[in-house]
Ligand binder design. Structure first.
Ligand code: NAG
Ligand code: NAG
Ligand code: NAG
Ligand code: NAG
Ligand code: NAG
Length: 414
């Protein structure tokens, strides 16, 4: 779930980004100028962070070696490769900012460890900002060392909390691939994709305990054309969450659990939120999650937007608590006025070929607003059985229009 503040933070990030990026570039330029004898950047050459002296002993601070390698790569041309060899590299905040004159690949064979010293971060840990044509690949790990700081997370107690650093953030970036790596135990979200385009997350593993606070797997906001495939996510919060302003998301071959499922929302909490449009979730498995496929919007939404054209096709539920859920009356901690006046229109949502088991009898929940019923909701070939004993699954529906085909009576409320 996205606590209050995260959205605002993202918005203020947007406003401040140009300034931050400019400052970062100036800083990098001055660092480079002040380092005579630094390795000249060779086009097409690999920059191995161990060469200038980064130690993979898990204790020495490797931050400056990675920032130096980034500076060189970013100011060069062609395709630049930064190699993080096997070993455990402890770092603080890594603002990897562009624009760059090169395309950059970070080859991650070792493990990056995010320091537990929270003073070493402003907001995020690894932040890719204004960078186009960029990739991280390899079989290494991005280890947030969350267990050392989760006790500082107050977001489950207070809604307006200070958020801990996200592990890997993409801001204002285009053509980005994250492939093969593992993200482990983030302090807050594992990945946050914001105002970015053409992003692929492929064969990534995200792992944190089921009871870890706000460790969302991948959050996407204000972004276009994001594909997540062949990825396994176990977390204490949403495996994938899709926020306002996001278009064209493809989620394919994702295994999720434990966690809170694959969510769109929460929508409508802030002013000026944009539509969420064209989301396809296919060939996924959810296991032991607290929700399955969820769309949620605030009961008294602050902005007028649409959640439209979603297709969920081919999803297996294994003991999922609320496998299919649209909640247009979402109101955590009773923060809403309960006016019941939704301004988030939910239309053209298809759930098809959904099979498996539900941990609660309520396998289908379509809870839409009186003033703005959900339109064009389709259930096709939905067969979810109760995982427990002595009961059957049912659908609980309010204010929803659409149709059901090949769905047994108690689940076909349309
Ligand atoms: C993204 O990749 C496409 C295809 O390779 C390319 O045409 C486009 O220029 C790239 N976008 C940016 C911003 O570099
Ligand atoms: C979406 O992103 C993928 C991967 O970067 C790219 O191949 C494709 O061309 C993009 N589609 C559009 C319409 O830009
Ligand atoms: C579906 O996803 C699983 C991983 O959950 C993968 O092994 C399989 O190859 C995928 N099937 C297709 C047709 O993509
Ligand atoms: C299903 O999940 C519930 C908790 O959500 C758990 O108590 C129960 O043992 C699980 N059942 C099976 C068959 O795994
Ligand atoms: C079956 O589930 C429904 C809905 O949760 C509940 O109201 C009912 O009491 C349950 N019946 C039994 C026999 O447990």
């Amino acid at each position: 779930m996205v606590p209050a503040g995260t959205g605002r933070r993202r918005r203020s990030t947007a406003l401040a980004a140009a300034v931050v990026a400019a400052a970062a570039l100036a800083l990098m330029a001055s660092q480079a100028a002040a380092t005579p004898g630094a390795t000249p950047s060779t086009p097409e050459g690999a920059l191995d962070i161990a060469q200038p002296g980064a130690k993979g002993d898990g204790k020495s601070d490797s931050t400056r070696f990675i920032l130096q390698a980034w500076t060189h790569a970013c100011r060069a041309t062609g395709t630049q490769k930064i190699v993080i060899p096997p070993g455990n590299y402890l770092t603080g905040a890594l603002l990897l900012a562009g624009p760059c004159t090169s395309d950059i690949i970070i080859r991650l064979d070792g493990n990056l460890l995010g320091t537990a010293d929270l003073n070493a971060y402003k907001t995020n840990w690894i932040e890719i900002m204004h960078v186009n044509n960029f990739a991280i690949n390899g079989h290494g790990t991005i280890d947030g060392q969350g267990p050392l700081v989760w006790s500082h997370n107050e977001c489950h107690k207070s809604y307006n909390c200070k958020v801990l650093p996200n592990s890997l953030v993409l801001d204002f970036s285009t053509n980005v691939t994250i492939r093969g790596v593992t993200l482990l135990n983030s302090k807050f979200f594992h990945m946050n994709i914001f105002q970015s385009k053409n992003v692929v997350v492929d064969k990534v593993t995200i792992t944190a305990p089921g009871d870890s606070p706000n460790t969302d797997g991948i959050h996407i906001g204000d972004s276009t054309n994001v594909t997540i495939r062949a990825t396994t996510i176990a977390t204490g919060d949403d495996c994938i969450s899709i926020g306002p302003g996001t278009r064209t998301v493809r989620v394919h071959g994702v295994r999720c659990g434990p966690g809170h499922g694959i969510s769109v929302g929460s929508l409508g909490r802030y002013k000026d939120e944009k539509d969420v449009e064209d989301v396809v979730v296919s060939n996924c498995t959810l296991r032991g999650t607290t929700n399955g496929l969820r769309i949620k919007s605030y009961e008294d939404s602050k902005s007028e937007l649409r959640a439209t054209r979603f297709v969920y096709d081919g999803v297996t539920m294994d003991n999922v608590s609320y496998p299919i859920i649209i909640d247009q009356k979402y109101c955590p901690n009773n923060i809403c006025s309960k006016s019941g006046h939704s301004k988030v229109a939910v239309t053209d949502i298809v759930f098809k070929n959904i099979a498996g088991t539900s941990a609660t009898p309520e396998a289908v929940t379509l809870n839409c607003a009186n003033n703005l019923p959900c339109q064009g909701v389709q259930l096709q070939n939905v067969d979810v059985k109760f995982a427990g004993k002595g009961n059957t699954t049912i659908a609980v529906c309010h204010n929803v229009h659409g149709k059901a085909t090949n769905v047994a009576k108690p689940l076909s409320c349309l």
